[in-house]
Design a protein around this ligand. Structure first.
Ligand SMILES: Cc1cc2nc3c(=O)[nH]c(=O)nc-3n(C[C@H](O)[C@H](O)[C@H](O)COP(=O)(O)O)c2cc1C
Length: 389
């Protein structure tokens, strides 16, 4: 059976024929290469964050103060990274976090389809954003046998929310991931300095423009009056959710509901008590609020609060396979990668994105091999320690 770490052998093997990897295998070089290739506005939107971007930087840097201790004399010739997604067996705990400009990241502006193809190729599930250049039905159609998840930005219009959710359920998505932290956009200086907000320029609104309920809100269809359709989108985006809305969200679907944006242990408990099927710890990659604590540093406390009652998903600053394993060691059941896969899409479409995922998985797998952890359970038992205290 193939192991994720075999990707390393493939790279060295190709080197014997004089072929070096088409795209970098590390996040820093990947970002530099993508920065040179992406249009300036798009790069700022993807690369940037809130305020002086301290939280965003902290997310990635904080992995550095967690360390792990290897075990020897353990047979790790085979590693099992498999993880559960509401009854579906995944080959690894990795997933593609929702990124609302995925559609714009490829040159053909069909990046959502490319990301779904990368998911199909690698078995890494895509959490498809509400904000997309292709309708959610077309996105999942490219996902092959790999399960897909739908991320909901809850609109103010309840009928529109219900429509998006029922479309996702009918299309075969396995869960609804409700993002809690983005009813309003955080202060993002890079985008403000260029007055660039992609949605207001008519990008990534395909799920709205293709929606029968949304279209009924318009005097003329988006194909005839795009400006008015964009303004209607702006007027309906961003329902403020409170805990009282959870039963209503629950009533919309039989699919599992995942609450994204939970950072406080008390909110994690409340989510579970309110019927959430999974807790998704995330500070939105530091794009929504500045001045926060690195997501990985919040993980141990939230994991204690969740206490295995529901799955705990995590994202924020994952830049390597080692980061993926550290997140598992600290209590995450599934781990989302964000910005790096956008860079993979920008450099090489579906193949570039799949390369980024394969590199993360290969490094995670080889780390487990070297450190004597044949399973994710062994990783959790090993845990991780803060090295700066
Ligand atoms: C450009 C960009 C767009 C994003 N769009 C969405 C989105 O549509 N929905 C959502 O829930 N989160 C969105 N996120 C947040 C990601 O899901 C994830 O929480 C974040 O990227 C993790 O941080 P990292 O990319 O630094 O690892 C976006 C992030 C980026 C970078």
């Amino acid at each position: 059976m193939a192991q994720f770490g075999d990707y390393q052998l493939a790279i060295y093997g190709a080197g014997l024929e004089g072929v070096t990897p088409r795209w970098p295998v590390d996040a820093a070089t990947l970002e530099r290469r993508a920065a040179a290739a992406m249009p300036a506005d798009l790069l700022s939107y993807v690369q940037g964050g809130c305020g002086d971007e301290r939280t965003q930087r902290a997310n990635a840097e904080a992995f550095g103060h967690w360390g792990m201790v290897p075990r020897m004399m353990v047979d790790c010739s085979r590693r099992d990274l498999s993880a559960d997604l509401f009854g579906a067996r995944l080959a690894s705990p990795l997933f593609l976090a929702p990124i609302g400009v995925t559609g714009m990241c490829t040159q053909d502006a069909h990046g959502d389809l490319a990301a779904a193809r990368a998911a199909a190729e690698t078995g890494v599930p895509l959490c498809a954003s509400t904000l997309a250049n292709d309708p959610l039905e077309a996105v999942i159609a490219e996902s092959g046998d790999t399960p897909a998840l739908f991320q909901l930005y809850t609109p103010r219009d309840r009928d529109l929310a219900a429509s998006l959710v029922s479309r996702a359920e009918a299309a075969g998505y396995r869960a609804i991931v409700v993002t809690l932290d983005t009813w309003v956009t955080g202060w993002r200086p890079r985008d403000l300095n260029t007055a660039n907000f992609p949605q207001l320029r008519g990008h990534v609104l395909a799920n709205y423009f293709s929606d029968p309920v949304f279209r009924r809100l318009l005097a003329r269809p988006p194909e005839e009056d795009r400006r008015a359709a964009i303004m209607t989108w702006a007027a309906t985006f961003g329902q403020v959710l409170t805990w009282d809305d959870l039963p209503w969200l629950r009533s919309l679907t039989r699919l599992p509901i995942v609450l994204k944006g939970i950072c406080h242990p008390d909110d994690a408990r409340r989510a579970i008590d309110g019927g959430a099927d999974a807790v998704y710890l995330s500070n939105h990659g530091g794009r929504q609020a500045n001045g926060g604590i690195a997501a990985i540093d919040l993980l141990p406390e939230v994991a204690t609060a969740v206490a295995g009652r529901v799955p705990l998903w995590f994202d924020g600053g994952v830049r390597s396979g080692t980061d993926v394993i550290k997140a598992v060691a600290l209590g995450a059941d599934l781990v989302g990668v964000g910005r790096p896969y956008s860079y993979g899409l920008a450099l090489g479409g579906a193949a570039g994105c799949a390369h980024v995922l394969r590199c993360l998985l290969a490094e995670a797998d080889l780390l487990m091999a070297v450190n004597g952890w044949p399973t994710l359970a062994a990783v959790r038992d090993a845990g991780a320690r803060r090295t700066d205290r």
